[in-house]
Design a protein around this ligand. Structure first.
Ligand code: ARG
Length: 588
């Protein structure tokens, strides 16, 4: 179905044409003076020059053809030449009926679905998830959901960091602590144990300890580098340990992500790309892209139009070791081979932008991807504490994701118990659901590229532009619908009637914007647009609710119409929050 804006623009275009002007002037925008009109057309001003006429004269000519419009109840010329517009209540009600019947509420399904791989999450195995990984997971998950909703084939890949020095560090620390383990016995020939020689909590303690030591102890660091190297060469005891580390970590990561309502189609890891490296490097050498520079193998990626220096892309270090860049390039090779994607989108901290510029340029230049394949980088900003510095624990340490979630849930629990008479048991569960909305909405409502302040007080508030406020609105609607059903009411009967007051009309107009909001959020990879939208819808609904008697409305047809509108509002809000990656409880 067409968008309301499109229908209006068609009507305007035809009026311009009938009046003898170019129809392309017939554009419509949402009014910036809601006190005067709902929509407006500025085409007469735009055309004034071309037609050498005063804008209001053009507008006067045009509105003649809008007099009997089935869409507009008002089309009025205002100096210097705006056309102010209002929509007919009947037309609006009919339009919403059509939306109600459309399973996607007017969102258009992509005509040529694309295969899009989203690389998000990006946790590093054996290191605890910290808040920095939160943004990637939240934003990536939302874009994946939006992409699927608009009809694309979207594949989410967690792209685990499993191949770096952290593995060598853990192995080294284990060796120091438990040298008797068979994994360190070079003469051992038997099978390695099934059971890991550590738990997840030990593992999480081992890494920071090892990393700390390596910073002050050169010998220790060299040992870890050597262990990393031997692991990458496939030393059996180390491979067995690596498998244990992976197993224990991945189980824990899956639990963490599932608490966040985040899921991945692929649990690929950096090491999966290693087998592609030798051929890829050889090809780059053979075709003359890669050359040696001070012992290292590099590919130039600078371009004439660069305003800042883009250093060459490094493939191999002088000792032959590969780098993060090499792994990312080889991962592209693998992705192309396995999925032939139209687009690969990386949702990663914006401080890695240069890395991705180099990787993308190198992949294009060397033909790893087809020219039409899109490689895109969505770099997100830092999550800061109230002091404007990267978010930390109270004592200044790195904030673990689990603790952050626990803090939010606790705060939510207090607010829920304070506000309402919900049983404790229920309140715990509800606090988790609402807490997740607080975190995700708090994050997603900011433009992804910007830094933002993680403010627990504000994010958990039931008032203002917050997740809990949106959920509160949905819960309010659900409870009215439930009471109606308890009274014996049937949501199937009746139909949406024209608005009876301004606040109802505003709500109806807001609902019509769902389709373009979602399509636009996908185009621009901008979940914050959905947040801004549902905040408007919630405000519009709450004004309507305060001004209108709904369940006590005596006219049955009118009451049914209100309930239809409530139900559509709820569906649109619930669909939207699902696209953002959270859900609403039944009560709160
Ligand atoms: N593991 C990396 C980190 O924590 C992020 C990985 C991002 N994805 C990628 N393909 N490089 O910084």
């Amino acid at each position: 179905m067409k968008k309301l804006m499109e229908l209006m623009a068609e009507e305007l275009a035809s009026a311009f044409e009938k009046a003898g002007y170019d129809p392309s002037y017939g554009k419509v925008t949402v009014s910036n003076r809601p006190d005067l009109c709902e929509y407006q057309c500025n085409g007469a001003m735009a055309g004034a020059k071309a037609y050498k006429k005063a804008p209001f004269m053009i507008a006067d000519d045009v509105v003649v053809y809008l007099k009997d419009s089935k869409i507009f109840s008002m089309a009025e010329v205002v100096k210097p030449g705006f056309i102010n517009l209002r929509v007919r209540e009947e037309f609006l009600a009919d339009y919403l009926k059509e939306m109600e019947a459309d399973p996607k509420y007017s969102v258009r399904t992509a005509e040529t679905p694309k295969t899009i791989i989203i690389d998000y999450g990006g946790p590093n195995v054996a290191k605890p998830l910290h808040v920095g990984h939160l943004r990637s997971a939240i934003i990536g998950e939302s874009i994946k959901r939006i992409g699927r909703y608009v009809g694309h084939k979207v594949i989410g890949d967690v792209h685990l960091g499993d191949w770096g020095l952290q593995m060598g560090l853990i192995i080294t620390e284990l060796k120091h602590r438990k040298p008797e383990l068979v994994y360190f016995d070079d003469s051992y020939q038997g099978e390695y144990p099934q059971e890991a020689p550590f738990t997840i909590s030990e593992l999480e303690e081992i890494y920071p300890c090892a990393s700390g030591k390596s910073k002050v102890d050169e010998e220790y660091r060299n040992e870890a580098l050597e262990a990393t190297h031997q692991l990458q060469q496939g030393k059996p005891g180390y491979m067995a340990l690596w498998n244990h580390i992976m197993q224990v970590s991945v189980t824990d990561l899956k639990r963490n992500y599932s608490n966040l309502n985040v899921s991945f189609d692929l649990w690929k890891k950096e090491s999966d790309a290693q087998p592609y490296i030798p051929d890829m490097v050889q090809m780059m050498k053979d075709q003359g892209f890669a050359y040696e520079d001070q012992g290292a193998l590099v590919v130039d990626v600078k371009e004439d139009t660069d305003t800042k220096e883009i250093p060459p892309c490094m493939l191999l270090k002088s000792d032959g070791a590969s780098l993060y860049t090499t792994t990312d390039l080889a991962t592209i090779v693998e992705r192309v081979k396995l999925f032939d994607p139209d687009e690969i989108l990386y949702v990663v901290d914006k401080r890695q932008e240069l890395h991705f510029i180099q990787v993308f340029r190198c992949a294009r230049k060397t033909g790893l991807v087809k020219p039409e394949t899109e490689l895109s980088f969505l770099g997100f900003g830092t999550m800061n504490g109230k002091d404007g510095k990267p978010f930390k624990t109270r004592d200044g340490g790195v904030m673990r994701l689990e603790n952050l979630i626990a803090d939010i849930d606790e705060e939510m629990f207090h607010k829920i118990v304070e506000n309402r008479s919900v049983k404790d048991q229920d309140a715990q569960e509800t606090a988790k659901v609402v807490g997740l909305s607080a975190i995700k909405y708090g994050d997603l409502s900011n433009q992804a590229t910007k830094d933002y302040v993680f403010d627990i007080d504000r994010f958990t508030s039931f008032e203002g532009n917050t997740g809990p406020y949106i959920l509160y609105t949905i819960v309010r609607i659900k409870s009215i619908l439930n009471r109606y059903k308890e009274e014996g009411g049937n949501l199937e009967s009746g139909e949406l009637l024209p608005a009876v007051n301004t606040s109802q009309k505003n709500l109806m107009l807001e609902l019509t914007k769902f389709g373009s909001t979602i399509e636009n959020a996908f185009e621009e990879k901008a979940p914050h647009k959905i947040c801004a939208y549902i905040y408007e819808v919630s405000n519009a609904f709450n004004s309507f609710y305060h001004e209108t008697k709904i369940l006590s409305e005596e006219n049955q047809g009118q009451k049914e119409s209100f309930l239809k509108l409530l139900s559509l509002t709820k569906n649109i809000l619930e669909t939207s929050i699902d696209l953002l990656g959270f859900s609403a409880p039944d009560r709160m």
